[in-house]
Design a protein around this ligand. Sequence first.
Ligand code: HEC
Length: 310
Amino acid sequence: MLRKLTKKFQNLTLATKLTTLLLIIFIGGITLSSIAFANLLNYQAEIAVKSRARFIFQNINAVRQYTNDEVQPVLERRLKGDEFALQTIPSYSARKVFLNLQKQDVSYNNFFYKDAMLNPTNLQDKADNFETTIVQKFQQANNLENTTSGYHWINGVKYYYIASPLAVKDSSCLRCHSSPDVAPKGMIKVYGTEHGFGWKLNEINGAQIVSVPANIILERAKQALLLAIGIITLVFAIAIFVANLWMKRYVIQPIKKVVRVAEAVSTGDFDVEFEKVSKDEIGSLVEAFTRMKLSLLMAIQSFEQQRPKG
Ligand code: HEC
């Protein structure tokens, strides 16, 4: 099989040989580089998405802290009796700020944020089965600095998620999250006494989770990959074209000329001259042929002189 192919290849013209060789290199090169690029770009897209997710975390936690340190003390002093304002709740402002972020930059619309809690104040924040396993893992590791990330499926859609543990680190939070007796009455009116209480200081009881559909990562990587393949293809196409042009002009045409002259000489026409145009291997070939023609001419002349004249 290979031998047959090699034989077939031997029979091709120089230009076709060159093009075939370059095409094989091109196809091999593009396959290998596509695989390498795909991995690299995927990795980079993942890093980009990760760093955005991390930005969301930091942003949300900063807003939380601001609400807790600056807004809550001032606003609560102005509230009367059992008046209650959602604006004093760190979690509420974090949610609002995230929504504003999405309004300002549509690319955040693909991101989802959730405070997934085992025992949430707002039932919207109740951890589902998958989120519960994440929280349990955090509880086992018992390290507040932990983060975890990976892929998971929701309703047939693949998501990339990144999560970090949630715990009450400040005793001021416990006023609303430890027992209904000490919680603001207004808050109880809205959220009831059934859930969102019994949290303990420094005990992991939830996870902040940012997720984004995985196809965003793949889509980004795909676009970059297509661009890279496009550029490589273009470069190779130009290379093949230029190589062929060069081959025709500097190799094939000079050889054809030598062949034409050699054919004329072989039929006895000694007036045609081999023409030397370059100093490369083809130039040497032309020189060799010129010497051969001269030797041939001399041989014929001396042969004719020795021939008895009739
Ligand atoms: C004035 C009462 C109050 C204080 C103080 C407070 N929270 Fe909350 N917290 C709430 C309410 C009410 C909600 C539900 C808000 C909503 O509807 O999203 C909530 C929600 C949360 C949530 C989202 C999950 C859930 O249970 O719905 C987390 C996490 C949370 N709080 C953590 C904290 C931490 C940490 C602190 C201290 C830095 C704190 N809270 C201080 C009242 C409070």
